[in-house]
Structures are given as structure tokens and as C-alpha cells.
Ligand binder design. Sequence first.
Ligand code: OXT
Ligand code: ADP
Ligand code: MG
Length: 577
Amino acid sequence: MTTETQAQTLSDGVDLLIDALKLNGITNLYGLPGIPITDLTRRAQAAGMRMISFRHEQNAGNAAAIAGFMTQKPGICLTVSAPGFLNGLTALANATTNCFPMILVSGSSEREVVDLQQGDYEEMDQLAIARPLCKAAFRVLHAEDIGVGVARAIRAAVSGRPGGVYLDLPAKVFAQSMDAEAGRKSLIKVVDPAPRQIPAPDAVQRALKLLAGAKRPLIVLGKGAAYAQADTEIRTLIEKTQIPYLPMSMAKGLLPDTHEQSAAAARSFVLPEADVVMLIGARLNWLLSHGKGKTWGGKDAKAWGGQKFIQIDISPQEADSNVPIDAPVIGDIGSCVSALLDGIGAAGSGWPQPSADWLGAISERKSKNVAKMAETLAKNPTPMNFHSALNVMRDIIKANPEAMLVNEGANALDFTRSIVDMYKPRKRIDVGTWGVMGIGMGFAVAAAVESGQPVIAIEGDSAFGFSGMEVETICRYKLPVCVVVFNNNGVYKGTDVNPSGGPDVAPTVFVKGARYDKLMEAFGGVGVHATTPAELRKAVEEAVRSRQPTLINAVIDETAGTESGRITSLNPKSAKK
Ligand code: OXT
Ligand code: ADP
Ligand code: MG
């Protein structure tokens, strides 16, 4: 046999990995090349996959994670060994925390050398380090096991509660070859990777009974509800029962924020007052004040018998994590909500509606808050503040409801969440469960790649700095991303001074008057310096229309923010001043 014929009848680890991913419908890869994966990235591209190459692995990892959230398929991040792997690890841990399905695939050094700690190139026991930060971690040592490794990683990432998975591939696996036909047979097309999980009928009945007895019911929609893609069922449940609902940040738009049943503008009123709360894909973690304390009525709630909770979640371990859950309904959200709808349908017109007093009180509170907000938004101060800038962004999202909105920062995050209405599901992606800075440009790249829609990223100037170099990536792939940096000269605000009077500026303050727009221009994108709402509006509208990579340096009053935005109370309070 000639060497050429031999090559045709053999497959190596790279072929097998690419074929295994393609066989499972994975077409986009996010990563950063180098030893030992450079050839993998080239050959993936040659094989027709879209290989998006980043400037830092954390951003590639964040891109993969949010691609997973948007598509229900695991997003894939490829990294080199030790340092590249570690750079990707924050994103893997964040994906796991947020229940986003992703697979971090890292090349690694040779086992024999690593295990004897003989000092290999980029030596590190990556599997052991990744394990506590993800849902599952696997290592493949033989090319013929790549199919199984990929199948196991996919199942672990998307079945049950989604999360991050680590797949370790020592360098020599890429070069191992085997008979092509045997290789093809070793691959697995995963059947039903995220099986439906039907809730138990008695759990559904228990929940319906509790809901039917409620006088002041409330539904809280979390990002699990957005992920589940059961949009019609959720909307039907809400509209049929007429129960007011509160969307968590990434559940905004599941129903349009302008929906009359949205209680978002009466948040601090409905949480303590509701008697039965149904959580759909939302955990009672810090973002919901752990289901207790002042936010939830505290002692007052106990006086009238306490609040009762129904929790719909795919994870049976989630219930009772903070407060007792009276009616857990365990299953996938689509199946659970359908089962509830069947029960409600069976009751016919006998299904009780929430009390008119409750709906009236919410409506009154909402009107007050909306009027207060409208008054603030109508002001046009100089310099521009968060409100006057967001008044513009609000109109633009309304006019472009298909656009993806990425959002990070503190004030830049919190004001955007309450001011900018969302109209479609899964369009708002943000700092999530950890409130992590640095997701911005990774999310923006994946949002553009996966949706094909224009992306608008509203970024605090500090937040942007964590992933800012990826504007080169945005320009390189000509992505329709418009980054709006809310530049208030620092973290939270730009007015702190060094208490010692020394020459260094305060830790929260940046270079004043910085021109982030120049960064985009450096790579051929459009940079705009905007100091008024009119300039901002013109620039964003043009960016959305032209689909050109654009960065707008929106100058915001440096005094306008507050420490940590809306979560000032989480800062440790010291008796010492
Ligand atoms: O009911 P009330 O009266 O209370 O009013 C509420 C609603 O009813 C009302 N509302 C409305 N009114 C009228 N109309 C409408 N449509 C409407 N909708 C709502 O508005 C209020 C508020 O509503 P909301 O938002 O729903 O309610 P609330 O009470 O805020 O909700 C509570 C929470 C907890 C759910 C919510 O606040 C939330 O989701 N918060 C998330 C906060 C978060 O995650 N923050 C990010 C982290 S902060 C900090 O850690 C930062 N760091 C440190 C750091 C991080 N994070 N990561 C890493 C890797 N390293 C370091 C850093 C460095 S932030 C940061 C950078 C900051 O600087 P930047 O320059 O980037 O940003 P700037 O601050 O802009 O300078
Ligand atoms: P939020 O931050 O928006 O409140 P969380 O991330 O805290 O949302 O909660 C999401 C919840 O959704 C998790 O407990 C997760 O187990 C659950 N979840 C994710 N996908 C599904 C699904 N398809 N069906 C049911 N529950 C899901
Ligand atoms: Mg700032």
C-alpha cells in the first residue's frame, strides 16, 4: 500500500473529534489555537466548521457557554494546556453556576510525565483541577474512545440540570491513528441527549391545589424558564390563570415586558405580599434574597400564615435549599407547565382567578413606579446620565426586538435591567448568577454568531475592560456588534479620591475622559464619541442598520452611579470609618 492510500484508510484523533462533534450537530467552535490544538482548529475549519478564534480563552469560554444557553446544544470551547485551560476555567465554572451547557475541550500534556511530575511542557493535572468546577469531567486516552468521550460530555452537559463539562485530551491522542472504518463505527450519535422529564402526577396535583387556594399568587420566571424554550406553554399558563409574574433578569422578554401581567415595576411590593409563589426555573438564591427576610415580608408574612412556595425545576435537589418548598414539581419546564395546564383545563371555568384586590394593588403600584420612571427618563441633563442614555437604548430595543442585548457593569447593568424592556425570549444575556464581569465581548460574539441578529452590548467602562481586546475578534469576523461603553470614568463612579493625598488615583477611578471608541477604530471598526442622547441615538441606529462593528464611547456623568449599583447593601459594613 502507498503511504497515500494508507492515510486515506486511517483516521487520527483530530479526524475523530471533528467527526464526533459534527455527527452531533455541533457546527461552531470557540477557542484559541496553540500546542497541541493548532491543527485541530485548522482542520475543523477545513471540515466546514465555524472556528471562532479569540484573543483570550475566558472570552471563548463565555461565548461557548452562552451559545449553549441560546441553542440548548453544548457550546464548545477549545483551549491549549495548562495556562490556556486555566484561562477557560472561569467560564466553565460560571457556566456550571448558571446552568449553561458547555464543554471545555483542552489539550493536555502527557499523562506519564505529568503523573511523575517530570516537568513537561505546560504540565498540569487538568482533570483534577477541573472536576470540582463542573458537572462532569472526562479524559480520553485512546483515539478509539473519542466517540464515547464526546457522547458522554454532551449528555452530561445538556441532560437534567445543564452545566459545564470538561473533556481532557492529552496531546498524543490527536496523533493516534486507527482504521478509518473502525473509527467511523466508534463514533456515537447521541439519541435524545436531554430526555423530557415528566413530573409525577401527585406532585402536579399538590401544586394545583396550593395554587387554587391562593388569594395573592405570583409567578417568578427565571433563566431556566428561558432556557427551556417552552415559551408558548409558559405564556398560556400565565394568561389562563391571570397570575402576575416577575421575570428575573434573563427571563425578561419571555413574555413582552410590556405585558399587563408583568409585576416587574412592582417588585418590592409583590415579593412580600404574595401568599403563594410559583418559581419556574428560578432558584431562591441571593438574587431572590434566599426567599426570606424583609424582601419576603419577614415577620409580617408569618402573621398571616407565611408564604407558600411551588417550585418547578429539573433538579430534585433544588427544593428546600433556602426555605421549605411546599409543592416541588420536578421535571423539565415544558412537561411540568403542560401538566399544570392540563389540570387547569380540566377545571374548566371553575379555575379560580387571583383576587381583584391583589391585581388592583399591583396595578396601582406599577403605575406609580412607571410614572416616576417616565419623569426621570424625560429629563435631559448635561452631562448625560444613565437614565437619559438608557432612554435612547430603550427606544432602540423596542424598534429592534430581534436584536440581542448583552449587559454588564454595576449601575450600567442595574439601570438597563429596569429601564430597557425586552420583547422576545432569550434576547437579554448578562452577568447571571455570579454577577461576573467579563462576559461582555464573549457573549456578544456568540450572540452574533448563533443568532445572526444585530447585537447591542451595554457595558460599564470597567466591565468592558475585562474582555475589551475582543473588539479585534468582532472586527475580524465582521460581526454586527454595537458596543456602547457607559463611560463614567471608573468602577461605579469616577469621583473617588485617594484618601492619603498621594499621587495614585483612587482604586475605583480610571483615566478620565478615556476614548474607548479609538480601540474599535484601531481594528477597522466604527468608533463614535457620544456626549448627548441625540448623538448616541444616531450612532446606535446607524450601527444596527449597517451591521458594522461599532463602539460608542457614551460619556456619562461621573457622579451619577452608586457603589455596587442596586446591591450596595451587600458591601461589608465596618464599624470603623
Ligand atoms: O419595586 P422597587 O420600588 O424596588 O423598584 C424596582 C422595580 O420595581 C423598578 N422597576 C421599574 N419601574 C418602572 N418601570 C419599569 N419598567 C420597571 N422595572 C423595574 O425598578 C426597581 C429595580 O428593579 P429590579 O432591578 O428588578 O429590582 P432590584 O431590587 O434591583 O432586584 C434585586 C436584584 C438582586 C435581583 C437585582 O438588583 C439584580 O439582579 N442585581 C444584579 C446585580 C449584579 O449582579 N451586579 C454585578 C456585580 S456588582 C460588583 O460585584 C462589580 N464588580 C466586582 C467584580 C465582579 N463583579 N466580577 C469580577 C470578575 N471582578 C470584579 C466590578 C469590578 S461591578 C464592577 C464594575 C462596575 O463598574 P462599571 O464601570 O462596569 O459599571 P458602572 O457601575 O456603570 O460604573
Ligand atoms: P435566575 O438567575 O434567572 O433566577 P437560576 O439560574 O437561579 O435562574 O435558576 C435556573 C433554574 O432552572 C435552575 O435551578 C435549573 O435547574 C433550572 N432549569 C434549567 N433548565 C431547566 C429545564 N429545562 N427544566 C426545568 N428546570 C430547568
Ligand atoms: Mg463605570
